[in-house]
Design a protein around this ligand. Structure first.
Ligand code: SF4
Length: 62
């Protein structure tokens, strides 16, 4: 599984990075995804961040 952030949609609130810092980081007021794939132990947290995003900018697919 991997996470994809739509940088155009992201409003830079920082919520995803707060919820799952292992997968999401803020860079220039946008969230970026660290690494290519989400390890199993981080999947729940990464999904929680995606569902918490106020503008639904995060997709998890894989
Ligand atoms: S939660 Fe959504 S809007 Fe907020 S920083 Fe993350 S991707 Fe951007």
């Amino acid at each position: 599984m991997k996470a994809i952030v739509d940088a155009d949609a992201c409003v830079g609130c920082g919520l995803c990075a707060n919820i799952c810092a292992e997968v999401y980081q803020m860079q220039d007021d946008k969230a970026i995804v660290i690494g290519n794939s989400i390890t199993d132990d981080l999947l729940e947290s990464a999904k929680e961040a995606a569902t918490s995003c106020p503008v639904e900018a995060i997709k998890i697919e894989g």
